[in-house]
Design a protein around this ligand. Structure first.
Ligand code: MN
Length: 293
């Protein structure tokens, strides 16, 4: 069994998106900084309402999935299909934009900490124009395993497995077979996770620092950085300090990616079509409902 080593460390950059929400962006900070099928990962985290209060007013997406995972705070999602979803700490929203969605993501607090992640996962060409769908997954429906070394593993998508237990997350059956777990690992403790050898995998550290890999091949990964991993059947992570990190893995699509802002398709023509469809009110298949700011 090969243990995955670190191929590249991507430090997050400060940026802003939406109506001026401050973000740390690792994947997606430039168009080629991606790990197929993962397109983008943003961490938003601030105690200052000025950094988040403007939110993300109504905007479109086509051709991929967005996953919002809240650690702290309160956001409201509303979309053209009439869905309303309140996200609080620990909740996940899994949105498959596919053919098209128009939604807003707005903070519902005037003060206090807002902290969480938004991940963009590409869809295969055959699924890019399927109907849009949306799921709210409350924290109570997301299983958390506590390991013998006091580590905790929250399984959002895919399956965590070790010698003792298998924990299956609420999101299953994706074409990309995505794994999405959130791990809290005490200092000096070891965490391991099996992965199909050909899947692409990365680790994103959001508290503390870790070493990824085995023995002399291990690489230190700082806070707010993503580590892209080489192929292998096992991920091994040792906490250098008390650490919190995401582990993501998925089947690569190996298809051309053409991105224009919130549209991710396979060809330039499909992007031009998405722009025309949006301008003509045909990005979404349903009759669009107005929603409040
Ligand atoms: Mn959005």
């Amino acid at each position: 069994m090969r243990t995955r080593s670190v191929n590249q460390v991507i430090n997050s950059i400060n940026t802003s998106d939406g109506a001026g929400v401050k973000l740390l962006r690792s994947l997606g900070q430039r168009q080629h900084v991606r790990l197929d099928p993962f397109l983008m990962l943003d961490e938003f985290g601030s105690f200052d309402a000025n950094d988040y209060i403007a939110g993300f007013p109504p905007h479109p997406h086509r051709g991929f999935e967005t996953v919002t995972y809240m650690l702290e705070g309160h956001m409201l999602h509303e979309d053209h299909m009439g869905n309303k979803g309140h996200l609080h700490g620990g909740d996940v929203q899994w949105m498959t934009a596919a053919h098209g969605i128009i939604h807003s993501e707005m903070p519902q607090q005037q003060a206090g900490r807002m902290h969480g992640f938004q991940l963009w996962i590409n869809l295969p060409a055959r699924e890019k124009m399927k109907p849009a769908s949306y799921r709210d997954i409350p924290a109570a429906k997301i299983p958390v395993a506590t390991l013998n070394n006091r580590a905790t593993v929250k399984v959002i998508a895919g399956e965590y497995a070790d010698g003792e237990q298998r924990i299956t997350g609420p999101i299953q059956g994706l074409a990309t077979q995505a794994l999405y777990i959130d791990v809290h690992l005490p200092k000096d403790q070891l965490f391991s996770q099996p992965t199909p050898g050909a899947h692409n995998a990365f680790v994103y550290v959001y508290e503390g620092t870790v070493r990824v890999g085995e023995g002399a091949d291990a690489t230190s990964v700082p806070t707010h950085a993503a580590a892209f991993l080489n192929g292998g059947e096992q991920i091994m992570i040792t906490a250098e300090s008390d650490a919190r990190f995401l582990v993501l893995a998925a089947q690569p699509l190996n298809e051309p990616v053409v991105q224009y802002g919130p549209f991710v398709m396979n060809t330039r023509e499909e992007i031009e079509q998405a722009i025309v469809d949006y301008q003509n009110g045909r990005l979404v298949q349903e009759k669009a409902q107005a929603f409040n700011e």
